[in-house]
Design a protein around this ligand. Sequence first.
Ligand code: G6P
Length: 611
Amino acid sequence: MCGIVAYIGPREAYPILIKGLKRLEYRGYDSAGVALLDKTLNIYKCKGKVAELENAAAGKNVHGHLGMGHTRWATHGEPNDVNSHPHLSQSGDIAIIHNGIIENYATLKEELTNRGHKFISDTDTEVLVHLIEDVQQNTHTTLDEAVRLALNEVIGAYAIVIISKNDPAKLIGARKGSPLVVGIGDGEYFMASDATPIIEYTKNVTYLNDSEIASIVDGKLTIKTIDNIEQTPYIHTLEMNLEAIEKGGYEHFMLKEIHEQPRSIYDSLRGRFDPATGMFAMRSLKEHEGKIKNLKRIIIVGCGTSWHAGLVGEYLFEDIARIPVEVEYASEFRYRNPVINEDDLVIAISQSGETADTLAAIELAKEKGATIFGLCNVVGSSIPRASHAGAYTHAGPEIGVASTKAFTSQVAILTLWAFGFAEIRGKATMQDLRNAFAELETIPDKVQKTLQCEEQIKELAEIFKDSKNFLYLGRGYQFPVALEGALKLKEISYIHAEGYPAAEMKHGPIALIDEAMPVVVIATKNSTYEKVISNIQEVKARKGIIIAIVTEGDNKVRKMADYVIEIPETKEYLEPLLSTIPLQLLSYHIAVLRGCNVDQPRNLAKSVTVE
Ligand code: G6P
């Protein structure tokens, strides 16, 4: 989850690296550093953000046409100047930046220490660069070959980039488990942990596969496996544009992404169904029809917000397609020897497509013979590539660490799949599909309308910004929305919040309710409406403050609640796409009023590529 960017070519590397690091800061922001080769190898690094690195490098020699930069999210060793990347080899000639974890670093460190190596940081990364130099010295080989040989001794996950003072025309990168993309320009090359720092310069990229090493030597790119087999690079043309990854006039990426949802949901659905005929155009459905017809169970895996989308998926698949579903935290699933059969379908949900636990869960399920569908946002990322089929959400780049538009796009695709599965299994008629599609088509406009509650939300934020706790309640399809609302609030405003099934409240959380406890209740007019009203009364009886999300025109809840936010009416299974919006806005505006760093909340990272 650290960010990596590197450059070799005719331009000055430093401005490219700094700009790239700023774009990558969402991946981690404990510390930052650069290495630049200009006769000498110059390294500047420090704890803190990229702006602090710029201050540290101000007035120093930042020239060089070969360089690399890193923004860190600490795993081994606390975030401080010494542990920041780049790290140097024993002689100081070779520099490395690294994303991931070297699991056998302690053993390697011991062996190298016995051979006289001295380490100055606590990191696993420093061990790796010492190992590379040790191998190069012992085998009298080239840098690229030494990297390959050293990686054969390493257990763990990595994306690395290496430069050496002795090889001014070489840039070397490798990946296993952590993403690395190579940008191919006109007489210049880039490497980065995702395409965002590269897009400004070239749209031609190649994504390294696991256990591949990319060497740019004298202006030529070669890709080899760590077993020394040369690979032909597959060149992708990037479709995203720079504007899409800038803030577009909004104060924060998160707010921009919340407001993009009418568009991102539309883009997720576009061309995938035809409301007039009730027909689907999804390859995952067409190519796996036989599998879908006979599958006995769906297992949905994910982490964080993607796991919440999975919970909505459980309601959708069971309700609409009548298929049993289990929703699993990927990190639990992978380590508890789960029962997986060949007639199971595993749906892996991940915005980034790189979450280490989700990726590992897929590998486990694949080994046991299950079919894997990936539901991801980042095109070309690891999870789609490791899946048998799937769908991209097409929500566009999501930069704010707190996931918003990715969630609603995931739910939109899960809805399509639920109906697609239902049709294949004879649980939905063409008329059912036409009705569903007709309503689905209205959702982007209804999301737009829901966003109009923002002024009202700002007033609520002002009232509740100093609350110590929040409770979020929902039933049925709205229970995962309650969980997601609570997660959004705690991750960006640092207010403690819990999401609960509304009826379950009386088995515990009700003890917390008093006149200082705001309780957000999703009380839309659906099959559990009356039940939720009883739950609201239970809260009111204990003097709790009710903020209710209700269906437009509702009078009943309005009379009981302290504050009411209206959302447009829709079918029950589509309500999460609307009811999530005010909860996203509430957490955003509370966090802003509390002076929190909304896009980069403390301790969190956008893409968690370590387990
Ligand atoms: C991190 C992010 C969350 C995200 C989760 C899963 O914790 O901060 O916003 O929901 O990872 O990420 P994924 O990319 O797999 O959806």
